[in-house]
Design a protein around this ligand. Structure first.
Ligand code: ADE
Ligand code: ZN
Length: 353
């Protein structure tokens, strides 16, 4: 994998009007998707009814109209209300299956799925039930959808490190069903170093490590996710654009960023997509990827993120090729499986007319 400037183009340049079709057909991995953020309003109402959970929204339309946010916290409050309808293992299976089917329609061939156990244990569900339901959907994905999927458990950073340790403890009997540990929820005021000990423990246990950093909070949060938590990927990381030394560090270390453009737009991290930092990061040689974050809330699944961002930033087929390669190379798949997916990317670019 090279930087954008070094990438060997294996295809003729593709005209701008053909880019949306290329972006749809391009095989891709999604590495930043909160499964609870894929719960569509219709599914929230169906599950509320089957589980007799009262909702404070009168209808699907009223709920959808509430999806206007000024910042991350306003979103998290609405997202949390949606999670209260999840009660059974089948609910978790159905939620994950619906996402996987939708992602596969966007030519996502591999997904690494975030979930927050602590949200559900606070509602009386067991960590075991949550993980079993989600894992069963991932295990069924190759036969059902022709794709692979794995799970990353995110600690909630607005809670204490002690609570994160409890969460880790509850997940340990199901260790084999998880690929990694992440860090999500309200960022500002909850820096990575708050979780130094529990991430060190997760690392000893062999988990792959990621953390949200530099979504709303300053570049210092990205530095400490790298240096204190020793994560292998940064989720979001878009605030790095304000720190030249950090940009250089990300380029040289090749630590990937899982960028979520429509999320950043909806949560007002950037005033419009034309000002998004994705293009500048790719051109600096940073291993950036495109992801949907919470697609039911932010107005689009993965292809919509690609298509709108490419149009707003004037990105090209060379950027598309780089992003497709980055998505698989930044994944936690083994080298053999990564190489197989990269070959499928090459096939599509080589034969695209
Ligand atoms: N949990 C779900 N979506 C999130 C986001 N965009 N940032 C932090 N935590 C989240
Ligand atoms: Zn996220």
């Amino acid at each position: 994998m090279g930087t954008l400037k070094e990438t060997q183009l294996n295809h003729r340049p593709i005209p701008t009007e053909r880019l949306p079709d290329l972006l749809r057909r391009m095989p891709k991995a999604e590495l930043h998707i909160h499964i609870e953020g894929s719960l569509e309003p219709e599914m929230i109402f169906t599950m509320a009814q089957r589980n007799a959970v009262p909702l404070s929204y009168a209808s699907v339309d009223v709920l959808r109209q509430a999806y206007v946010f000024n910042n991350l916290q306003e979103f998290l409050d609405v997202y949390h209300a949606g999670t209260t309808v999840l009660k059974t293992e089948q609910d978790f299976y159905d939620m994950a299956s619906a996402y996987l089917a939708r992602a596969r329609a966007d030519n996502v061939l591999h997904a690494e799925i975030f979930f927050d156990t602590q949200t559900h244990t606070a509602h009386g569900s067991s960590a075991e039930m949550v993980i079993n339901g989600l894992h069963r959907a991932c295990a069924d994905a190759p036969a059902k959808y022709g794709m692979t999927a794995s799970l990353i458990l995110c600690f909630l950073r607005h809670l204490s490190e002690e609570e994160a340790f409890e969460c880790l403890e509850q997940a340990l009997p199901l260790r084999d069903k998880l690929v990694g540990i992440g860090l999500a929820s309200s960022e500002v005021g909850h820096p990575p170093e708050k979780f130094a000990k529990v991430f060190a423990r997760a690392r000893e246990l062999g988990f792959r490590l990621v953390a949200h950093a530099g979504e709303e909070a300053p570049p210092a949060y990205i530095w400490s996710a790298l240096d204190v938590l020793k994560v292998e990927r940064i989720d979001h990381g878009v605030q790095a654009i304000h720190d030249a030394a950090l940009m250089q560090r990300l380029t040289q270390s090749r630590v990937p960023l899982t960028v979520c453009p429509l999320s950043n737009l909806k949560l007002r991290v950037f005033p419009d997509l034309a000002q998004h930092s994705l293009g500048r990061m790719l051109d600096a040689g940073i291993v950036a990827t495109v992801n949907s974050d919470d697609p039911a809330y932010f107005g689009g699944y993965l292809n919509e993120n690609f298509i709108q961002t490419f149009a707003a930033l004037g990105l090209t087929s060379a950027h598309a090729y780089q992003l497709a390669l980055n998505s698989f190379n930044a994944s936690f798949l083994d080298a053999t499986q990564r190489a197989q997916y990269v070959r499928r990317v090459d096939e599509v670019f080589e034969t695209f007319e």
